[in-house]
Design a protein around this ligand. Structure first.
Ligand code: GDP
Length: 509
C-alpha cells in the first residue's frame, strides 16, 4: 500500500458518512476472488498485472494452493464519487459451503453485500445461503452478474437472449430477498437494473456496466458486443472499468455505517436505546463509549490473539481498559491494527464505523462484545445456519506431542467457533467436528504443516439427520383398548415458523 494511500485511508476512517463496509458473497467458482482482485487493482491497491494472479485476499498458502478462499481477510480502498473520497472496506467471505460459519461472522461487520452470480449458472444453493445469512444480519444486497463474456463468446447468445437470462437471474435473487429479508425491507431492498443496483460484467476481463455508467458514458450492450466482435478486450476494459461501475454502485446503493446502524442496532443489540451507549450505537458516534464486536479471532505466531471486528461506537485506542461482556472479564488493548490482506498495519486509534483488530484480547471469541461501558449487555449471539456434522478422531503419532496437540486444537476452536473439539484427557482420544470434510482437512493441514505435529486421523463420520420433505399420508394408531383412534401426519415446517422458533420468538396460533 503506497504511503499516501495509507494516510488517505486513515483520514477516511474519520468520516462515517463516507465509509462503506462491504462483503462479496457468491457460490464457489462464480468468480469472487477474480472480482475482488480486480476491484483492488482498479483502486490502486495491487498492480493491474497481478490482479487475478496475486489473490490479495487469499493470503493463506493453503488457500492459494487449492484456489479457494477460506479465511475472511479484509482490505481497504479509496474511491472518488462527485468530488468526495469514500473509504471502502472489503471483507472477504468464503464461498464454499463448508465455511458457512466464516460467512455468517463476516456479515456482522459489514452493512452491504455484493451478491455475485455467474451469468451461465445463475443463482445456486450457496448464493441462497450467503444471501440468507446477509439478510439475517440486516445487510443490504446489490447484484453483480458475472461471466457475461461467456454468454457472448461461448454461448453466442443474442442481446435478446442475454437479456432474458439476466431477467431470470434478477427475478430469482429478488425472490430470495423477498423470502429472507426482514419484513420492512422485502420490497425496499429489491434489486433492479433501472435503479442501478444491478451491474453486469466480466471479472476475468475486468469490465462492468451499470445503468449509471451507461447514462454517464453513453454506453450500452451494443458497445460490449462490438468490442467482442473487434476482439478488443483491452478497449472494453478501458471503456467500462469494473471497479468504476462497481464502486460507484456500492457508494450509491449501499449504506454508510451511520445510516445502517439505525436499523441494524435494534436487531443486533437488545440493550436500552436511550442509554448513552444505546444512543451512541444508533448514531455510530465516535465520541461515545467504545462498543466493538469481534467477528474473527486469528492467533498470530508473534502477536498472539488478534480479535478482528467492527467498532460500532466510540473510538478504539491502544492501552484502553475494556470489558469482555460474554467472557465476563477485563482486559487491556495492547495494540490496534488494520488488516492489510495477509499483513497488518499498526495504528493509534480507530473510530466508530470501521473494521480493526485488537491485540491482547486473550479471552475473546467471535461474537464477543468489547466495551468501555461496564453496564451494557452484549450483542446478540452470531447464529450459524450450520452445525458441525462431520467428525474425526485425531491423535498424535508420537505420544509426546499430545500436550502440544491439545493446545493447538484448543486454539483452532477459539479461531473458528464452527469447529467443535472434544478432548478426552484420560483416553487420549480427541474428536474434531466440522461443517464438512474439506473444513476438517484444512485444519489437519494446519496442524501438520504449521505446527509440525504428525497426526493420525480416523475416517470421517457423518451425522445424518432425517428430515420431512413433504406432507405424509395420514397414519392411524389405536389405543390399547382399541376404543380410541389417533390420526397422525407430518409436514415440513415453513421457513418463517422455523426462524421464529430458532430466535425464540414463537408466533401465537
Ligand atoms: P471463486 O471461487 O468465486 O473465488 O472464483 P474464482 O475467482 O477463483 O474464479 C473461478 C474460475 O472462474 C477461474 O477459473 C476464473 O478465471 C474464472 N472466472 C472468474 N470470473 C470470470 C469471468 O468473468 N469470465 C470468465 N470467462 N471466467 C471467469
Amino acid at each position: 500500500m503506497a504511503k499516501d494511500l495509507t494516510s488517505q485511508i486513515l483520514e477516511g476512517m474519520k468520516h462515517p458518512d463516507l465509509i462503506r463496509n462491504i462483503g462479496v458473497a457468491a457460490h464457489i467458482d462464480h468468480g469472487k476472488t477474480t472480482f475482488s482482485d480486480n476491484l483492488l487493482a482498479g483502486a490502486g491497491m495491487i498492480s493491474q498485472d497481478l490482479a487475478g494472479k496475486q489473490r490479495a485476499l487469499d493470503f493463506d498458502e493453503e488457500e492459494a494452493q487449492r484456489g479457494i478462499t477460506i479465511y475472511s481477510a479484509n482490505v481497504s480502498m479509496m474511491h472518488r464519487v462527485q468530488e468526495k473520497d469514500y473509504l471502502i472496506n472489503l471483507i472477504d467471505t468464503p464461498g464454499h459451503v463448508d465455511f458457512g460459519g466464516e460467512v455468517t461472522r463476516a456479515m456482522r461487520a459489514v452493512d452491504g453485500v455484493i451478491v455475485l452470480a455467474c451469468a451461465v449458472e445463475g443463482t445456486m444453493p450457496q448464493t441462497e445461503t450467503v444471501l440468507r445469512q446477509a439478510l439475517k444480519e440486516r445487510v443490504k444486497p446489490i447484484l453483480f452478474i458475472n461471466k457475461v463474456d461467456r454468454l457472448i463468446k461461448e454461448l453466442q447468445l443474442t442481446p435478446q437472449q442475454m437479456q432474458e437470462r439476466f431477467v431470470k437471474i434478477i427475478q430469482n435473487v429478488n425472490k430470495l430477498i423477498r423470502t429472507y429479508a426482514p419484513e420492512e425491507y422485502k420490497e425496499k431492498w429489491q434489486v433492479s437494473v433501472q435503479d442501478g443496483s444491478v451491474c453486469f460484467g466480466s471479472a476475468y476481463q475486468n469490465w462492468a456496466l451499470s445503468i449509471g455508467m451507461m447514462k454517464a458514458k453513453n454506453l450500452g450492450f451494443k458497445d460490449v458486443y462490438s468490442y467482442y466482435e473487434k476482439d478488443d478486450p483491452i478497449g472494453l476494459r478501458k471503456a467500462m472499468p469494473l471497479h468504476e461501475a462497481v464502486l460507484d454502485t456500492v457508494v450509491t446503493h449501499l449504506p454508510s455505517p451511520r445510516n445502517s446502524q439505525v436499523y441494524r442496532i435494534p436487531k443486533l443489540w437488545q440493550g436500552d436505546k436511550e442509554s448513552p451507549a444505546g444512543k451512541s450505537l444508533m448514531e455510530s458516534n465516535s465520541d461515545g463509549p467504545l462498543v466493538f464486536v469481534v467477528t474473527k479471532v486469528i492467533i498470530d505466531p508473534q502477536a498472539g490473539e488478534i480479535a478482528y471486528g467492527r467498532v460500532f461506537s466510540g473510538t478504539l485506542k491502544k492501552g484502553m481498559e475494556v470489558n469482555l461482556v460474554n467472557a465476563n472479564t477485563k482486559s487491556r488493548t495492547q495494540q490496534i491494527v488494520l488488516a492489510k490482506g495477509g499483513s497488518r498495519l499498526v495504528v493509534d486509534s480507530v473510530p466508530a464505523g470501521n473494521i480493526a483488530g485488537i491485540v491482547g484480547m486473550k479471552a475473546a471469541q467471535a461474537g464477543e462484545t468489547i466495551t468501555t461501558d461496564s453496564s451494557i449487555e452484549g450483542f446478540e449471539a452470531i447464529s450459524h445456519l450450520f452445525e458441525p456434522v462431520v467428525s474425526k478422531a485425531i491423535e498424535a503419532k508420537n505420544p509426546k506431542d499430545l500436550p502440544k496437540l491439545i493446545d493447538v486444537l484448543r486454539n483452532l476452536e477459539k479461531e473458528d467457533p464452527t469447529l467443535k473439539v472434544t478432548i478426552n484427557q484420560e483416553t487420549g482420544e480427541n474428536i474434531i467436528a466440522g461443517l464438512g470434510e474439506l473444513h476438517l482437512e484444512i485444519k489437519e493441514h494446519l496442524i501438520t504443516r504449521d505446527k509440525g505435529i504428525d497426526i493420525v486421523t480416523s475416517d470421517p463420520i457423518v451425522v445424518y439427520r432425517e428430515s420431512v420433505s413433504k406432507l405424509s399420508p395420514k397414519l392411524m394408531g389405536k389405543s390399547p383398548n382399541k376404543h380410541n383412534h389417533l390420526f397422525v401426519s407430518v409436514e415440513p415446517m415453513d421457513d418463517k415458523l422455523f426462524e421464529a422458533i430458532n430466535s425464540g420468538d414463537i408466533p401465537e396460533g
